[in-house]
Design a protein around this ligand. Structure first.
Ligand code: TMP
Length: 201
């Protein structure tokens, strides 16, 4: 599940989890960066507002390190046990935030993340499409902003544009949803896509 901050990913993940459980699946939820003890420790470093001097490459590698731990400790074992995994953010977040937002290049991001992912790849990426202003406004009410959220509006606009570009380039793996629609409507769009892709064959 991908999208800018404040786009409603968590709500949709909870609904999708219940839906798939009712369909008989064992579901594992993983969030990024984090989802493991080591990953959560890395998350604290990445999002710490005091670390303004962090270089873009350090940031990319830290996200990839947290991801490598998550893949090896949680995702691959779950898949091997026949479970389904829903990830709150994954490699496409690095493609847009570090590749496009920070300007490191999408190819570099995929290359570095190849080491973290190995043979694990998402079967479907759902992109909650919301413009940057609305997302940030929703966030500001909730929490103290972290190092990424503190970035200016132009950065967050690049991120959203990046998601839109990737969704256009790779329609076979990225499914965009209008995140301004009512929660239930989004949920049913997501479940029909999941049905279409995984169960109607
Ligand atoms: P979260 O607020 O969804 O937990 O994500 C933390 C922040 O990290 C969010 O602003 C997006 C950013 N992020 C990246 O920049 N690159 C990544 O690879 C991931 C997973 C998240």
């Amino acid at each position: 599940m991908e999208g800018p901050d404040g786009s409603g990913k968590t709500t949709q993940i909870d609904l999708l989890k219940k839906y798939l459980e009712n369909r008989g699946f064992d579901i594992v939820i993983a969030r990024e960066p984090g989802g493991t003890e080591i990953g959560e420790a890395i998350r604290k470093i990445i999002l710490n507002r005091d670390y303004q001097e962090m270089s873009h490459m350090t940031e990319l590698l830290l996200y990839a390190s947290a991801r490598a731990q998550l893949v090896n400790q949680v995702i691959r074992p779950a898949l091997e046990e026949g479970k389904a995994v829903i990830c709150d953010r994954f490699v496409e977040s690095s493609a847009v935030y570090q590749g496009i937002g920070r300007g490191l290049g999408v190819e570099t991001v995929y290359e570095v993340n190849g080491y973290a992912l190995g043979d694990v790849a998402p079967k479907l990426t759902i992109f909650m499409d919301l413009d940057a202003e609305t997302g940030l406004k929703r966030k500001k009410h909730q929490t103290k902003l972290d190092r990424m959220e503190l970035e200016d509006l132009t950065f967050h606009k690049r991120v959203v544009e990046g998601y839109r570009q990737l969704a256009q380039l790779y329609p076979e793996r990225i499914f965009p949803v209008d995140a301004t629609l009512p929660i239930e409507e989004i949920h049913s769009m997501i479940t029909s896509e999941v049905e279409k892709r995984f169960f109607q064959k």
